[in-house]
Write a new protein. Structure first.
Length: 246
């Protein structure tokens, strides 16, 4: 699930943004949600420290009662999230050039206008993000795409610990603060992921870059957050060589 963050100090504009975004997400059945809508930049920064997934940010530039304006906030966001999508929403059209000076890689700069105009611009931004994510999925980039029949989910490879066969032809994706179940086989998943993944047993396909520790005696693989997978006797030595090539 892709998280959307809003930082807007005007309550009317904040409600408008939430309404427009939620309307678009529901209409297109997108795997996105508004994770936070706040007027406090520091509250947003605290929230994204706990989120390692892909995120979208709608930021007002002029934020009253704050020492941090929207441009400064965007710079701080980039320290935690270099790949997120940043969209500025403001009444100050003359400040658009500053977005380039701050070098935050904004997706768009939307002027607060009639709500119909804003809705069109915001919808265009969300469509652009969705198209880019689909293109990344088609190119087998740094995101694994899950289609459970109802919606698409995008999980960064760096957030995935392993895939595990459960039952009834279902696969469990275990990751950093996420669990996703979907229909499929490990064989099909293997074809879609890159070389960092290793088939440790019939039931597990693991991300070798996320291994914390390997217990060769009990053949247990340890990942962050106390998550574990198993390695078969046959695949133990190949896995050890991957972890310690010399």
């Amino acid at each position: 699930m892709i998280s959307i963050y809003i930082c807007e100090d005007d309550s009317v504009q904040s409600e408008n943004l939430s309404y427009i975004i939620n309307k678009k997400l529901m209409a297109d059945d997108l795997s996105m949600e508004i994770a936070l809508n706040t007027k406090q930049p520091l509250k947003l920064l605290e929230a994204i420290k706990e989120n390692t997934g892909l995120s979208v940010y709608f930021l007002d530039i002029e934020i009253e009662d704050s020492n941090i304006n929207g441009l400064m906030l965007a710079q701080k966001i980039r320290e935690y999230d270099p790949d997120g999508y940043i969209i500025f929403v403001t009444t100050h059209s003359e400040m658009s050039f500053l977005t380039f000076q701050y070098k935050v890689g904004a997706l768009d700069f939307i002027i607060k206008d009639k709500i119909q105009v804003m809705e069109s611009k915001i919808n265009d931004c969300i469509d652009t993000i969705e198209k880019r994510l689909q293109a990344k999925g088609n190119k087998q980039s740094d995101y694994f795409t899950v289609n459970d029949g109802d919606e698409l989910s995008y999980i960064a490879y760096n957030d995935i610990y392993f895939f595990e066969v459960t039952d009834n032809h279902r696969i469990l994706l275990e990751g950093n603060n996420c669990q996703v179940n979907f229909y499929g086989t490990l064989k099909d998943v293997e074809k879609r992921v890159d070389s960092r993944f290793f088939r440790s047993s019939k039931s597990f396909l693991i991300n070798t870059k996320m291994i914390c520790r390997l217990d060769p005696k009990d053949r247990i693989i340890y990942f962050p957050n106390n998550k574990t997978a198993l390695v078969s006797r046959l695949n133990l030595k190949p896995l050890q060589k991957l972890k310690n090539p010399l």
